[in-house]
Design a binder for this molecule. Structure first.
Ligand SMILES: [Zn+2]
Ligand SMILES: [Zn+2]
Length: 123
């Protein structure tokens, strides 16, 4: 069981068990939405995910309407994608298995050893 939430504490969530996928993405959306140069995310089935507090959603991307922390993307079919930086504990000990949009990766960021490297999206 892992817990996470936004920086102001208004939105909290839990995820049970291990994610079925962990990735790092350097795409344009991930850069804009995070305000950083990439995002690190994990996918869990929806049944493993619970949340409390009111969140806002823009284009599937959910965040705290009070403090703006980006939290998760809920997809009825694919499950939930958690922004792993929103987990409470660090390090979270989850290692990306895939890296996406590496053509947009900053040259000073090394590739993740052992992670599949994709120029753009997977598949
Ligand atoms: Zn908040
Ligand atoms: Zn992305």
């Amino acid at each position: 069981m892992r817990t996470g939430g936004c920086v102001c504490g208004a939105v909290r969530y839990t995820v049970r068990g291990e994610p079925f996928h962990v990735g790092r993405c350097h795409c344009g959306d991930c850069r804009k939405r995070s305000g950083s140069t990439y995002t690190i995310y994990g996918h869990w089935p929806l049944s493993a995910f619970e949340t409390t507090g009111e969140f806002a959603t823009y284009d599937h991307d959910s965040f705290c309407p009070r403090c703006g922390s980006r939290l998760f993307l809920i997809d009825a079919e694919e499950g939930v994608e958690i922004q792993l930086g929103s987990l409470d504990d660090a390090p979270f000990e989850l290692r990306p298995q895939a890296e996406l949009w590496i053509k947009r990766r900053e040259p000073w960021i090394p590739e993740i050893e052992g992670a599949a490297q994709h120029d753009e999206n997977r598949r």
